[in-house]
Design a protein around this ligand. Structure first.
Ligand SMILES: [Zn+2]
Ligand SMILES: [Zn+2]
Ligand SMILES: [Zn+2]
Length: 311
């Protein structure tokens, strides 16, 4: 991507991709009952189409960003000057390549390292639904109405997001990206939608050795390795963790480090184990900073004799 025009085209494609993504998510969480497996036929049709249009635009944006606009337009337009291409674009006459060609382009060049063969098969499936829906009709089987809801959310999080988050957004977590793109209100609905929670649980478990309960959204989607909740974006960096005496979880008891320093609190505050849900009163020694649960370690004082390095 070199010219200002290409930057503009990239932005438009990317933003349009988000428009369809948002449209699909909004309709899904507002009209579907996340507690049951069944989804209405028409809702399934519309959601599949929105997600597929979103990925098609995201792939186009990706190609423009990495290689310039000529790789998404038809052969006979490619030898034209930049100015003529821009001119055609402005007149809405610029013809683009089929999605099939663009999909194979990013596959061959491995633009997204972690998209697997199976992921591309899934993209093929959704491409078929979308093409049939748009050009004729796609009749989902009765069984699809019970199976496809979770597949669709999987498609969204594991495949569509990988493309949208590639390159410049790669440090962003899926739910951070979603909260930013969808806005607070829709994001709040989404994080209560069961199929989304299930997909985020899986993703957290794949990316983190230890996954705990989140103190904010109550889902088991808090990644200890990343100090971050995959579902609601809770970041635990202002809190402190100690080991749990009940379940022996390593760094699984969370407590508010700022709160404990307040003199009225006698250096004590409530702590909660995100692994086993047991709580207790945590005492943090103001001298050495070592903390312990005084309900389970009542007799262990913090003094010079008992190990406090500062007394
Ligand atoms: Zn959470
Ligand atoms: Zn525990
Ligand atoms: Zn001490």
């Amino acid at each position: 991507m070199t010219t200002d025009f290409e930057k503009e085209v990239y932005k438009m494609l990317y933003n349009n991709s988000i428009v369809f993504l948002k449209d699909g998510i909004e309709r899904l969480v507002n009209k579907d009952d996340g507690e049951v497996d069944f989804i209405e036929h028409d809702l399934l049709t519309l959601t599949c189409t929105s997600f597929q249009i979103s990925i098609e635009l995201a792939i186009k944006a990706l190609i423009v960003e990495r290689t310039g606009i000529r790789n998404i337009i038809q052969e006979n337009h490619r030898s034209l000057s930049d100015a003529s291409i821009e001119e055609l674009f402005k007149k809405n006459q610029l013809k683009t390549l089929d999605f099939e060609v663009q999909k194979n382009f990013i596959r061959k060049r491995k633009f997204i390292d972690d998209l697997t063969k199976d992921d591309f098969k899934t993209i093929d499936e959704f491409q078929i639904y979308r093409n049939r829906i748009v050009h004729f009709t796609y009749k989902f089987e009765n069984g699809d109405l019970y199976d496809m809801k979770y597949d669709m959310v999987y498609y969204l999080i594991y495949i569509v997001f990988k493309i949208l988050l590639s390159h410049k957004h790669q440090d962003e977590k899926p739910s951070e990206f979603l909260q930013y793109s969808l806005g607070g209100e829709l994001h709040a609905k989404l994080i209560r939608y069961q199929p989304y929670i299930a997909a985020m649980k899986k993703l957290a478990a794949q990316n983190s050795l230890k996954v705990f309960n989140c103190i904010v959204c109550n889902n088991r989607t808090f990644s200890q390795d990343e100090d971050y909740c995959y579902c609601c974006n809770f970041i635990s960096d202002v809190f402190t963790f100690i080991d749990c005496d009940y379940c022996n979880g390593k760094r699984s008891v969370i407590y508010d480090n700022l709160n404990i320093g307040n003199p009225n609190n006698f250096n004590e505050t409530r702590g909660l184990c995100l692994n086993c849900d047991n709580d207790g009163i945590i005492y943090e020694c103001p001298e050495c900073g070592i903390a312990r649960n005084i309900e389970t370690r009542f007799h262990e004082g913090c003094s010079k004799e008992k190990g406090c390095i500062n007394k």
